[in-house]
Design a protein around this ligand. Structure first.
Ligand code: ZN
Length: 412
């Protein structure tokens, strides 16, 4: 063990001392989801809370899930659906998604188990994988759903994705923006009262007090003053000028205006609040009901074959996450499986030792070509800029984590 200097800077407002949950593989550096339209490199992140026993909020939430009266929750759902179900041929609920296991499951049970009339809405991946596209087509063809797939302005999404990588090391920002904001806007236009997302964000460690509600915080769905907003960490006005983009070019990436939003009455619910959500089960459900296919090979950076398959940029996104927060995609996947009882913590730790932080070679050059970015610049200069000194140290010319869950870090 090498002693760690006490005055090391922690970027992004991360906790100075690195800790790992005593039940899963989560680190206390894990950020909660945040408001992307206010996100800058210097934004202080809210991170995962640990209790006095060193157990994270996501694990506490998993325990709490075991005590929930699911029959009662389903009754609440039935009541909500009965209030809004339409029989005149119009849509009564909207399910956003890409044809991954969760959106397939959500739309399918709403339509075929609960007799609703969902419209599905897709904010397509930045760069579809073959598997992702096939699963998307199967969702609407085999599952039998109407779908609005919003094909974004290619020039804008490329410019914004590049900015979010260079300024925030956050390749997925445009995807997250679209995924949260497109559905409420479409629902307003079609006069659809209910939106259903799948799992609650608390499953992944958002503050546990937010799990007591089925509704998503409306701060994600509208804005008041466009001059307050940022994309890729840059004020909207500046982007427009620099890239010669009109307001219409950029509006898709922003939430509805407060005025637009207040005209309608759209509620955004998590179906995972009403129904017990198990990732592995929604996977089997999607395979059986809509021809969902896992990939025959594992995803780089982890061991799983059926999560987050649709976007070539997803793998790079998790790599960037690993650089910024010191733990990666395998820690995420293993933690979830530990909480659901499929593996134990020691097995999780072994998987993390093997796969966490692996460089996503498979689609890397496709992404660099798409962004017109120099791969060497990305791999070194840019990546190193986002390594927080309290997490990383360079030893004999090689970067090393100071702390890992396996105790193999430079300062462990
Ligand atoms: Zn945990």
């Amino acid at each position: 063990m090498n002693e760690k200097p006490s005055n090391l800077e922690a970027y992004y407002g991360l906790p100075q001392e690195v800790k790992f949950c005593t039940k899963c593989c989560y680190s206390n550096q894990r950020p909660s989801s945040q408001l992307e339209i206010k996100h800058t490199k210097d934004s202080k992140k809210v991170t995962l809370a640990f209790d006095e026993n060193g157990v994270c909020d996501a694990c506490r939430f998993a325990e709490k899930k075991e005590t929930i009266n699911w029959k009662e929750r389903e009754d609440q759902l039935l009541e909500l659906l009965a209030k809004h179900r339409k029989n005149d041929g119009s849509y009564d609920c909207l399910v956003p998604g890409s044809g991954g296991k969760d959106s397939v499951y959500a739309s399918h049970v709403l339509k075929y188990k609960y007799g609703m009339n969902p419209l599905t809405v897709t904010w397509p991946p930045i760069m579809y994988t073959d598997y992702g596209y096939r699963n998307f087509r199967n969702w609407i063809e085999i599952g039998g759903f109407d779908n609005i797939s919003f094909n974004q302005n290619g020039k804008t999404i490329r410019a914004l994705t590049k900015l979010s990588i260079e300024n925030l090391f956050h390749p997925f920002q445009t995807f997250i923006l679209g995924q949260k904001q497109l559905a409420p806007k479409i629902a307003l236009k079609y006069n659809i009262p209910l939106i259903f997302y799948g799992e609650h964000e608390a499953e992944f460690g958002s503050p546990i007090e937010e799990t007591t509600s089925a509704l998503q915080d409306s701060k994600f769905h509208s804005f008041e003053n466009i001059d307050d907003l940022l994309l890729g960490g840059v004020p909207v006005g500046e982007i427009r000028e620099k890239y010669k983009l009109s307001l219409a070019d950029i509006m898709t990436f922003l939430p509805a205006t407060r005025e637009e939003y207040s005209k309608g009455d759209v509620q955004v619910h998590y179906l995972g609040y009403y129904l017990k959500w198990l990732p592995q089960e929604s996977y089997y459900y999607a395979v059986n009901h809509s021809g969902f296919e896992a990939r025959p090979f594992r995803t780089e950076g982890t061991y799983s074959k059926y999560l987050g398959l649709d976007d070539k940029i997803d793998d790079l996104n998790y790599y960037c996450y690993f650089i910024k927060f010191g733990f990666g995609r395998c820690s995420e996947d293993a933690s979830q499986e530990i909480r659901n009882g499929h593996i134990n913590r020691d097995e999780g730790k072994a998987l993390v030792a093997r796969f966490d932080g692996e460089f996503p070679e498979r689609y890397f050059m496709d992404v660099m070509n798409y962004l017109e970015m120099d791969p060497d610049y990305f791999r070194h200069e840019l990546t190193d800029k986002f390594r927080s000194p309290h997490l990383w140290v360079k030893v004999d010319g090689k970067w090393m984590l100071r702390h890992t869950i396996n105790g193999t870090g430079y300062n462990d």
